[in-house]
Every structure is written in structure tokens, then in C-alpha cells.
Design a protein around this ligand. Structure first.
Ligand code: PHE
Length: 399
């Protein structure tokens, strides 16, 4: 068991034991006059003086001379200080457990809390790393073995979903296979079994899509109180219209913060489990400029003024923009978010009118936090290596 010094132990390592400080403060027999106990206390402090005297007498280092005290020996061997220095540099004592127990009893050292991990080679152990795919591309979707998207955790029990709404399901599968709403589709076969597989969501856009489908309920002619609740927070339309324009649409801003799962190769900035903060804004005639403006304000409010946008590909947004922020410690631009305008072939099968545009973004919660607080390893924030003290003392909310 490894040990560390208490505050008192550290002070002894630096300044000597109480008894040694008593001895050092006293005159030798030849030097006159002896120091009275009161004078000694004034010189080295009453606590050190009181505790130190007893041990110094016991060690036969000092002696009474009249009303005062003087040194008895010419030199001393401050073994306590030596012990403290040994524990400080090696974590233990050559003298063994009995000596350590004595120092623990004197509250000069405490056992060091440690974390141990047992590591075994797993079934997928390999000395080379394959870069997992994080974005779906048309090529990946058209080759059926490639359908086993590598960055996904599938569920085994239950492994398939309940039946989805039939009309919507028909519209989505049709647009996937054959296109529509201005899209040529994936022109790849639609697999019912594939679409029903349950998996841990890889991004919160899965939840956004479900919410947007709900928001569009009135546009589909359904009487849906949940849809009204979603739109209730949003105020007027961009064009200032209070009314829904006769097509049932009401604008909305929706946000979520939730956990997502990716079967990723882990490093300083990637974990298999992290959090996303996501938002969507649904309104008539929104443009990419609205999205960029929103993102600039959003990140500025979080203290990230230095951001850049890069064109990207998402199967569900076009155009898409990746958002990068400069990390001062890592001294490089790191991706902090992804965004875009949801595609008509995604929104129109939900039932939204053509002039309703939706922009959205998803940002990792951890990476911007790392930039903001100068943390260079994501494991400081999430997972089994987060020191329990951080969880207890952190003023931030944890999920
Ligand atoms: N789902 C994207 C991601 O995980 C983020 C995103 C959300 C992009 C909404 C566009 C629109 O990176």
C-alpha cells in the first residue's frame, strides 16, 4: 500500500519534527541563559513547543537547567523528518509496515487512494486499428454487407421496433428507394428488417426527427395536443404571422441534451459514450444564413468566438456545415458541431408544407467544454476515470 504525507507530515518533511525544532531553538549548556518554556513557545509556537518537548526529553536531546531548558546532545538524528522524506519520495518505508502503522497513528501519513484496472485481450484484439465510418454515404448504403454500420451498438433484446405509422413508413421507404420531393433517393433497396433494428442512438437527430414528425401532426390533418405543446413556446412566425396560414403549421424551436453512443476508436477527444446538445428551428423560408447567424450567436454565448464553418455531408441535411473551434491547448482546430438545413425529402414525407424550412445543429457537450475549461483529455469529464472528488466538488450539473 502506497502512502502520502498529511499536511503535518509535509511540514515535518520541510521544517523538521517538533522535537527537532525544540532542540534547534534551545541554547547549548555553554551558551547562557537557558530558555524558559514560555520563551520557547514564543519562539517556535506553543503547539510545536508543547508536543516537541515531550519527545525531545524522551530522546534525551534536551534537559532542564534551573527554570529553563538547554540542549543535552551536540547533534541529533531527526528520524521522523527522514521518514517523512522517504515516504514522500517512495510512498513507503524500508523499515516496514510496523513503522508505517506508527506514522499513520500519529496522523503524519495516510494510505494513498488508488485505482487499479485489469486489462485482458478481448475477442476483437488487434494490433492495427481500422478507422470506423462515422457518416453514411450512398456507396455504403448501396452495398448490403456495408450496411452493418461499424459505429453502431445494436440491441439484442428487444432487437426490433414496434410497427411504425404505416403511411409515414410508406412515404419514407418510397423516397429512400425511388426518390421524390426533388431528391433522386438512394436508389438502393429498402429493407424492412434493417429499418426495424433497434440500436442505441448515434446522434440526437434521431430524437429531433421524431419531434419534427410530431410537430407536423396538424399539417397532416391530425388533431394532436402534443404537437400544439411543441409549438406553444415559439411565438410568431418569421414573417410575423400569428396564424398558421391555413396549412396547420406553427413554428417551433426544439432543444435537447442527451446521451449518444458510437462504437468509436477512443482517444483524447473521442469516447464511445458522450452527450449531444441539439436544436432545431422550424419556420417558413429559413435560409442557411439564418443557421450561420444562429450558430455564431450560440457559440459566442458559450465563450467560443473563434469559429469556422466547413461544408460537409449528412444524409439528412443539405447544405451541411461542420463547425470548428480553435483549441488553445491542443493548438489546433477541433470539430465542435455539425449542422445543416434538413432536406425536403425528409421534411415533406412528415407532412410539412414546402415553404417550411428547418435548420438544425448538434454539438458534442464535452468538446466545447474542454475548450472552454482548457481540458485536453475527454476522460477528465466522462467515464470511469473521472475522479469521484470532481463529481462531488464540480459546480456543473452532471448527467
Ligand atoms: N447529427 C449531427 C451529428 O451528430 C448533427 C446535426 C444535427 C447535423 C442537426 C445537422 C442537423 O453530428
Amino acid at each position: 500500500m502506497s502512502h502520502v504525507l498529511t499536511a503535518e507530515g509535509s511540514s515535518i518533511a520541510m521544517n523538521g519534527s517538533h522535537e527537532a525544532r525544540v532542540w534547534s531553538a534551545l541554547p547549548t549548556k555553554e551558551q547562557r541563559p537557558p530558555l524558559t518554556p514560555k520563551e520557547l513557545e514564543r519562539k517556535i509556537g506553543s503547539e510545536v513547543a508543547k508536543i516537541g518537548q515531550g519527545r525531545a526529553f524522551k530522546n534525551k536531546w534536551i534537559v532542564k537547567e534551573g527554570d529553563g531548558l538547554v540542549r543535552l546532545t551536540e547533534s541529533i538524528d531527526d528520524s521522523t523528518q527522514k521518514d517523512m522524506r522517504e515516504v514522500d519520495s517512495t510512498g513507503t518505508l524500508k523499515a516496514g509496515e510496523k513503522a508505517l502503522a506508527e506514522l499513520r497513528k500519529r496522523k503524519l501519513i495516510v494510505p494513498k487512494k488508488g485505482q487499479w484496472f485489469t486489462v485482458h485481450k478481448g475477442s476483437n484484439f488487434s494490433t492495427s486499428t481500422a478507422k470506423p465510418e462515422t457518416d453514411l454515404t450512398v456507396d455504403m448504403l448501396t452495398s448490403t454487407p456495408a450496411r452493418e454500420v461499424q459505429d453502431t451498438f445494436y440491441l439484442s433484446d428487444p432487437s426490433t421496433s414496434l410497427p411504425p405509422p404505416a403511411d409515414y413508413y410508406a412515404r419514407v421507404s418510397k423516397v429512400h428507394e425511388h426518390g421524390g420531393f426533388g431528391s433522386s433517393g438512394y436508389r438502393a433497396p429498402w429493407s424492412d428488417a434493417e429499418s426495424r433494428k433497434l440500436l442505441l442512438r448515434t446522434h440526437t437527430t434521431a430524437s429531433s426527427a421524431a419531434m419534427l414528425y410530431k410537430l407536423a401532426a396538424r399539417c397532416r390533418g391530425e388533431d394532436d395536443l402534443e404537437a400544439d405543446a411543441l409549438a406553444a413556446h415559439s411565438g410568431t412566425t418569421r414573417k410575423g404571422k400569428e396564424s398558421d396560414g391555413g396549412d396547420g403549421f406553427r413554428p417551433a424551436k426544439l432543444f435537447s441534451i442527451d446521451r449518444v453512443f458510437r462504437n468509436e476508436t477512443m482517444d483524447a477527444t473521442h469516447l464511445a459514450e458522450f452527450h449531444q446538445v441539439e436544436g432545431v428551428v422550424a419556420d417558413r423560408d429559413l435560409t442557411l444564413a439564418d443557421l450561420i447567424g444562429f450558430m455564431r450567436v450560440f457559440f459566442k454565448k458559450m465563450g467560443l468566438e473563434n469559429i469556422r464553418f466547413k461544408p460537409a455531408y449528412n444524409p439528412y441535411t443539405e447544405p451541411s456545415l461542420e463547425i470548428f473551434a480553435f483549441h488553445p491547448q491542443l493548438r489546433k482546430w477541433v470539430e465542435v458541431g455539425n449542422s445543416g438545413m434538413f432536406r425536403p425529402e425528409m421534411l415533406e414525407p412528415m407532412g410539412f408544407p414546402k415553404d417550411v424550412h428547418v435548420h438544425g445543429w448538434g454539438i458534442g457537450l464535452e468538446r466545447p467544454t474542454m475548450i472552454r475549461y482548457g481540458i485536453s483529455n475527454i476522460r477528465t469529464l466522462v467515464g470511469h476515470k473521472v475522479p469521484i472528488e470532481n463529481v462531488e466538488k464540480s459546480p456543473a450539473v452532471r448527467f
